[in-house]
Each structure stands twice: as C-alpha cells, then as structure tokens.
Design a protein around this ligand. Structure first.
Ligand SMILES: C[S@@+](CC[C@H](N)C(=O)[O-])C[C@H]1O[C@@H](n2cnc3c(N)ncnc32)[C@H](O)[C@@H]1O
Length: 428
C-alpha cells in the first residue's frame, strides 16, 4: 500500500549536533535544501555549521571541500556567507550538488516547469521494456510506466535551465520512495527484500516538488555563491592556489565501499548505464580507489605503486601490510584485491594532500572525517598514515579526535578488530 512521504520540518535552524551523529547525513533530512536528496555518505550540516562559525570568530574564512558529495559544506558556507569551493568527481552526485545550489531560482518558474512536466507526462504512453533488469526488479510495472512518463516528459522539456535541473533532482529524489523493494541507501539495493510501504510516483513527485518549492521560498539567496567543480581531488584542477584557510571534508574510507555502485539505481533509471558492468566507465574511473572492484592485477603494478615517491613517509609499513594482505587473500574464497586497493588508496590520498598543499594558505586548518579499516582482519592505521602523508606534503602537524567506535557491536562481523571514526585535524 502506498503511504504519504514524510516531510520533515521546514526552516529548521542548525544549533548543535551531538558528537556521534556529526559524521552522518541523517539529521540533514530535517533541514531545508539538504533534505532534497538523501546521500547516506554525507555528513551533518549542523556540525559543519558549528566548525565554520567557530573558525569565523578568528577572521575571514575561505572554505574548501575536496570531496563535496551532495554539497553539505557548500550549502552551509553559503548560509553563513563564507566563500566556498567544492570538488566532486562522481558525475551523478556532482549534478545533485549543483541542483541543490539552485535553491535561489525563481520558485514560480520551477513550479511552472513541474506542472508542465506533469501535463506532458499525461499524454505520454509509459513503457517498461527498455529499462535494465535491476529497474524492472525494483519497480512494479505500473509504477515504472508512470516513472517512464515523467522521465520522458522531463527529457522533452530539458533545456539546462535551473528549473529543468531542479526538475531532474525532483525526479531522481523520489525513486527510492517509489520502489517496493529494499533500496536502503547504504546497502545499494536489495531487490529481493520487499518494503511494506512505498509511494505512487505522481504523489511522490508532487510532494517532492512541494517540499522543494517551500524550501526555495524559506531559504533566501545569500551574498556569496559557492562553486562546485566536477574535478578530481587528487589534482584539484580549477581550484585557485593558496586560497583556503579551512578545509572540511570526508574522503572515501579505505573500507571497500563502492561510491559508483551507490547510485546504480538512479543511473540505471536514467539509462546512463545498463548495469553494474558500466559503472567503471560511468563513475568509478574518476574516484579514489577505495574498493576492491576498482583494482585488478592487470591495471595495477603493486611494486610500482609502493615505490612511488609520494608514499615515502609510510613506505616500509604499507609494504609490509600489503604483503600480508596478498598472502591472506589466498585463504579466502573471494580472493579480494585488498592488497592492491590499500596501496592505491594511499597513493591517491597522498596526491590529495599534495593538491591541498597547493590550494591552502600557510595557516590553514583541515578537518577530515575519517575511519580506519581492517580488510580480512588486518588492521590498517589509516589515520596515522594519512597524517604522515599530510606532513610529508608540507603540512605541519596532525591530531585525531575520536567520535565513536566501530565494528564492536554486530554479531555477524567479518572480523573482531576494533575500529573507530573521528576527526583528523591537520594544521599547516
Ligand atoms: C564521504 S562522501 C562525502 C559526502 C559529503 N560530505 C556530503 O555531505 O554529501 C565522499 C565523496 O567523495 C567523492 N569522491 C571520490 N573520489 C573522488 C575524487 N577523486 N575527487 C573528488 N571526489 C571524489 C565520492 O563520490 C563521494 O561523494
């Protein structure tokens, strides 16, 4: 049975965030604009707000988020009048962030565009045949027919205008509400698990449009405009030199989470990909190598990666760990390439620090929300190694503040190694 979309409070002001939810997106679903797309990989807007507010007491703040995701840091910076740049490499996610930043668009032109889409959709014959298998499993035919009409109507009217980009976001934001199967964002999609309640597409689309319109009305245009660049944090192309004194970000963790796969449902629906096999070309190739699907012995020469100049500060330790992982994998059915993933992850992150050194001012403060990891139960001191790589890129010092323990509760844990998550503060 379909149910009403639960729409969180309007105009909720950010006051304080409990420490242990500062690394999660959940509370953002109560905030205007942030709530337009649930990006589970995101962090708390309220926490970002408290950092920028604190830093602003000491003078002018220029903010950078090199892993900008769905735009949390950018939106908060605009709200507080702080200059901000964001870099995001995932083509779908960067479009989400860009669309959110269009909240200043004239609300009447957005509403008109939505009504126009609904009218055009009414005269389109919906068709389910052309959709990839995953989409056929995730939506009932009747829902998919209706979504197809909306997609085709959106495409007919698409003109790159702000209202058209906002309409795109309205459509992609309802997909998981409309699906009758498990589409829990963190576990990608679970087509074999059915949900008790879900929404009818036109109802979801109309409700989402109302939410967006009401947030546009209550969120005033600000004196500064944040810049989001589709680019690679390893090089920060397009980001000015020596500009930023505050970096707030959360990079991918070395924990095998596949950011490309996280938006497979949406990209399949949009027919940008036809399935998992297309994700490498469509998204993964641009991202930090933090999952084993990203690396194979064909595309990575482990010795060469480990010998990279950028890894000098941790060379002995990382070589030993990668060797252990290369032995351990032989004892496991999946024989995952964690040894390659770990080597490539740290090489990529070393490049990020070098790029950050170029774009940051001499006295910059950098906060990474980050956790450690233990593939195949072999502990990787992610925090210490990232700190050492930051210093070897030219930053002065680092310290870590733990937010919470991880991997201590679940019965079905893959290993018993205690892990944690927190803030890596780098000064320099
Ligand atoms: C933990 S998420 C950040 C979420 C963000 N804080 C938010 O609130 O939405 C990490 C992001 O890094 C992006 N990413 C991965 N590799 C990247 C790269 N090489 N350059 C820029 N962004 C990248 C991923 O696509 C993902 O959106």
């Amino acid at each position: 049975m379909a149910k009403q979309l639960e729409l969180p409070l309007e105009g909720c002001e950010a006051l304080s965030t409990p420490l242990n939810t500062s690394s999660t997106f959940a509370d953002n679903m109560k905030l205007p604009v942030h709530r337009w797309f649930r990006y589970s990989a995101g962090f708390s807007a309220m926490w970002v707000e408290s950092l920028i507010t604190q830093a602003s007491k000491q003078g002018n703040v220029t903010v950078l988020d090199p892993f900008a995701g769905s735009g949390t840091t950018l939106l908060v910076s605009e709200k507080l009048g702080a200059q901000c740049y964001g870099v995001e490499a995932h083509p779908f996610i960067v479009r989400v962030a860009r669309a959110k930043l269009l909240y200043k668009t004239d609300v009447d032109s957005y509403r008109e565009h939505i009504l126009h889409i609904l009218k055009v959709a009414d005269n389109i014959q919906g068709c389910v045949q052309d959709y990839p298998k995953l989409i056929r499993k995730c939506f009932k035919d009747s829902s998919l027919e209706c979504l197809d009409k909306l997609r085709k109507a959106y495409l007919q009217l698409a003109d790159n205008s702000p209202q058209s980009e906002l309409a795109w976001l309205t459509l992609v934001a309802i997909l998981r509400h409309v699906s009758h199967v498990g589409t829990a964002p963190w576990q990608y999609v679970l087509p074999n698990k059915s949900k008790q309640s879900y929404l009818e597409p036109i109802v979801a689309f109309t409700l989402m449009a109302e939410t967006i319109a009401s947030d546009m009305i209550t969120t005033n245009a600000k004196s500064v405009t944040a810049q989001i660049i589709q680019s690679d944090a390893r090089y920060c192309q397009g980001v000015p030199d020596n500009k930023f004194n505050l970096v707030i970000t959360s990079p991918p963790y070395a924990n095998n989470y596949d950011y490309a796969d996280a938006t497979r449902l949406e990209m399949c629906f949009l027919q940008e990909i036809s399935g998992w096999g297309d994700l490498q070309t469509a998204a993964r190739q641009y991202l930090i190598r933090s999952c084993s699907q990203h690396v194979t012995s064909k595309n990575v020469n482990l010795d060469e990666v480990l010998a990279s100049r950028e890894l000098e500060a941790i060379q002995g330790a990382i070589t030993e760990v990668c060797y252990k992982l290369s032995q351990e994998r032989l004892l496991h059915g999946g024989k995952k390439n964690y040894h390659l993933m770990i080597a490539c992850y740290f090489l990529d992150m070393a490049k990020v620090w070098i790029a950050l050194r170029r774009v940051c001012q001499a006295n910059a403060k950098i906060c990474f929300v980050i956790g450690d990891s233990a593939p195949y139960g072999i502990y990787i001191p992610v925090i210490e190694w990232l700190g050492l790589l930051a210093c070897s890129a030219g930053f002065k010092s680092f310290e870590f503040k733990k937010i919470r323990d991880r991997n201590v509760k679940w019965k079905n844990r893959k290993h018993q190694v205690p892990l944690c998550e927190g803030y890596l503060w780098v000064d320099g």
